[in-house]
Structures are given as C-alpha cells and as structure tokens.
Write a protein that binds this ligand. Structure first.
Ligand code: AMP
Length: 127
C-alpha cells in the first residue's frame, strides 16, 4: 500500500511551529492539543509527529516506539482531562474516533484521534 502524505496540511504546520495550538501533552513522538472547534466539552486531538495520513497508515508503517508512544500519550490525555473511567478515576468516559478518507469524512490528512467527553456522546453514527 502506498500512502501519499501532504506536508502542507494544517497539523503538519502545527508540528513545524508555523501555527499555534493549545497543547495538552507533548511526548517524543506525539502531540495532543485542544480541537479548535470542539464538538463536546472535552475535545482533544492526539497526533503522531511522523508523517502518517490515516489510522491504517500509522498502524501499518509506524515503528514500535511510535506506536507505543502514541497510545501511552492517549492514555495520559484521558487521565489528564478527567475522562478515563478506570478504577479510582472520577472520569465518566469518552469516545475515541478517527476519520479516514472520503467516506470517513476526514478533513485533515494527518492521522489524528479525537478524544471526546464531558457529556454522553449519543449514538455511534447517523443511520
Ligand atoms: P477530521 O474531520 O477527523 O479530519 O477532523 C479534523 C479536526 O481538526 C476538526 O475537528 C477541526 O475542528 C480540527 N482542527 C482544524 N484545524 C485545527 C487547528 N488549527 N487547531 C486545532 N484543531 C483544528
């Protein structure tokens, strides 16, 4: 599978420091920041620093180090923003979503995981 990454996308520009972001967490291989147009009281985007277009691209081609770093960053973000529903946490849960390609209605072609919470999220998708 060949993936084409467009380095002019807005998240690539955020990673290069060309435009600002409201950072929640930065790790060696990942960045988490608040969505500019939040769809819920909590809406954080977690992105890898590497040039990956979609979830499947990242899952197929990222190094083990990048994969672990990204998922640990997601876990840290869930805890930091108070949505993790695990033992001992007051968090009430969250929804993690990633959109890919045209049918996924992906707007920004740099892989990102939306972490949404702070209210009940409703049905999974429109039918
Ligand atoms: P998607 O449709 O899954 O590609 O989602 C793209 C998300 O990026 C949307 O929720 C946008 O609100 C968000 N977004 C776009 N530009 C920025 C930005 N400069 N800073 C933070 N979030 C952004």
């Amino acid at each position: 599978m060949t993936y084409h990454y467009d380095p002019t996308n807005i998240f690539a520009r955020i990673l290069r420091g060309e435009i600002p972001n409201k950072t929640v967490l930065e790790t060696p291989h990942s960045l988490a920041f608040h969505d500019i147009n939040p769809a819920a009281p909590v809406h954080v985007l977690v992105i890898p620093k590497g040039a990956y277009v979609t979830f499947d691209h990242f899952a197929a081609e990222a190094s083990a180090e990048e994969l672990v770093d990204f998922h640990r960053a997601c876990a840290q973000v869930c805890a930091m923003v108070g949505v993790a529903p695990g033992d001992g946490s007051t968090g009430k849960g969250y929804r993690a979503i990633t959109n890919a390609g045209a049918h996924g209605m992906q707007e920004v072609p740099h892989y990102h995981l939306h972490i949404l919470g702070g209210r009940a999220m409703g049905p999974l998708v429109l039918k």
